[in-house]
Ligand binder design. Structure first.
Ligand SMILES: [Zn+2]
Length: 406
């Protein structure tokens, strides 16, 4: 283990250079006005070519919206003693836009800069850090002539930030993954690397539209105040959801389901008008124990009661709904391997649990392939002055290498 770790420390500078090279090539989704991942994929293929993988494959998804008409996905294999068993490390090439440029005070988003042991730039942490760590885990093993116990398969995917249709979903459709594959998605984690995500909550976004009758505020009895009914309903709904779905699960952070009234659409322009329409939104993050359809039914039943009571019309529109897949078994092999590697390399006993979700791992859980989300990050993703800590990148490289050989 010491020789391996020493080797990884030796290539640390090279890792930093590689990360900077990747940050220089933006890969922004067409939804955000970008050209996709083609240029980044070309850069990456050059980098991978120098490592000497046993096999490199491309699975492009057709996308007419980008200049190349393709959303690239790259797989790189380093064969192990047991060639049939695969340890997949899955990272994404695409990045989110830099946002307000003036907020980038350390360096420009695509002009990476090393400062205080950190590499600054858009995409440096999300997902460049883990991408480079996975490549150099293989490179370090190759440099030392160590054949891994199992095949290490690296996947570099497109379209993660916009729903993964052209990325991991496309790869899954090709039938590339098997039930006993070991899947690591290093695209979420904690500062000290002590949290392994195996579960996620369901998400339900609602738009609640209450219709009454607009009238002059001095004669409210002539109309029907939709704002009042909307507020009353929202408060009753908030109460009902919290009381009825109050289960706590210590696996999750926070441990309970959350139901939050959030956005409110603008109504009338003047103080002296009774609004005839009221539109409110709810963001609900629900423990996987609950059935979303049953919850929706209760939401609609309550709306019907209010309609009857007030004469207003309340319609519930589902803006977004995604049922959480069954959590990855905390006793599955990939969880055990990662725990053992963390214990051995960093003396960490990680917490295993669930958070918000929303990574490539969800798609594996949907097809019952165990998947963990883990890496060591300061969580600067999607923010201005995003950075990757070089120490974290090196430590995660060690963890990946250890998982490959033990
Ligand atoms: Zn990410």
């Amino acid at each position: 283990m010491q020789t391996l770790f020493h080797e990884i420390d030796k290539v640390k500078n090279e890792m930093v250079q590689t990360l900077m090279e990747l940050v220089r090539v933006p890969a922004i989704a067409p939804e955000n006005g970008g050209e996709g991942e083609t240029r980044k994929a070309e850069k990456l293929l050059k980098i991978l070519g120098e490592v000497g993988f046993d096999k490199i494959e491309r699975y492009d998804a057709i996308d007419e919206r980008v200049p190349s008409k393709k959303r690239p996905n790259i797989l790189a294999y380093f064969y192990g003693e047991n060639a049939a068993e695969k340890l997949w490390i899955i990272t994404h090439m695409d990045i989110v836009p830099p946002g307000e440029e003036s907020l980038w005070t350390i360096t420009k988003p695509f002009e990476p800069l090393v400062k205080d042991g950190k590499v600054y730039g858009r995409g440096s942490e999300d997902n460049g850090q883990s991408m480079v760590a996975s490549i150099f885990a293989v490179k370090a093993l190759k440099n030392l002539g160590i054949k891994p116990k199992r095949t290490v398969a690296l996947a570099f995917v497109a379209d993660e930030e916009q729903g993964s249709k052209y990325g991991i979903q496309h790869l899954i459709e090709q039938g590339l993954f098997k039930k006993d594959d070991l899947i690591v998605v290093p695209d979420g984690g904690s500062e000290d690397g002590n949290f392994i995500e195996i579960a996620e909550k369901s998400a339900l976004w609602l738009r609640i539209r209450t219709t009454g009758q607009q009238v002059h505020a001095s004669r409210p009895h002539k109309g029907l105040n939709a704002h009042r009914v909307g507020m009353e309903y929202a408060i009753a709904l908030d109460k009902m959801l919290h009381e009825k779905y109050s289960l706590k699960d210590a696996y999750f952070d926070p441990p309970e389901s959350t139901f939050e009234p959030t956005k409110k659409e603008k109504n009338v322009d003047a103080v002296n008008i009774v609004p005839g329409e009221d539109i409110t939104y709810f963001d609900c993050r629900i423990l996987p124990n609950y059935d979303l359809e049953e919850i929706l039914e209760n939401i609609r039943t309550l709306a019907a009661e209010f309609q009857k009571k007030t004469g207003a019309k309340i319609s519930i529109e589902v803006v977004s709904k995604s049922a959480a897949p069954k959590p990855t078994d905390p006793n599955s092999k990939v969880v055990k391997m990662l725990k053992a590697a963390l214990k051995k390399s960093r003396d960490i006993t990680p917490k295993v649990g669930g958070i918000g979700g929303g990574t490539c791992a969800a798609f594996f859980r949907k097809i019952s392939v165990p998947a963990v989300v883990w890496c060591t990050i300061d969580e600067t993703a999607h923010q201005p002055n995003e950075y990757a800590k070089i120490e974290n990148m090196a430590n995660d490289t060690k963890t990946f290498a250890l998982m490959a050989i033990s």
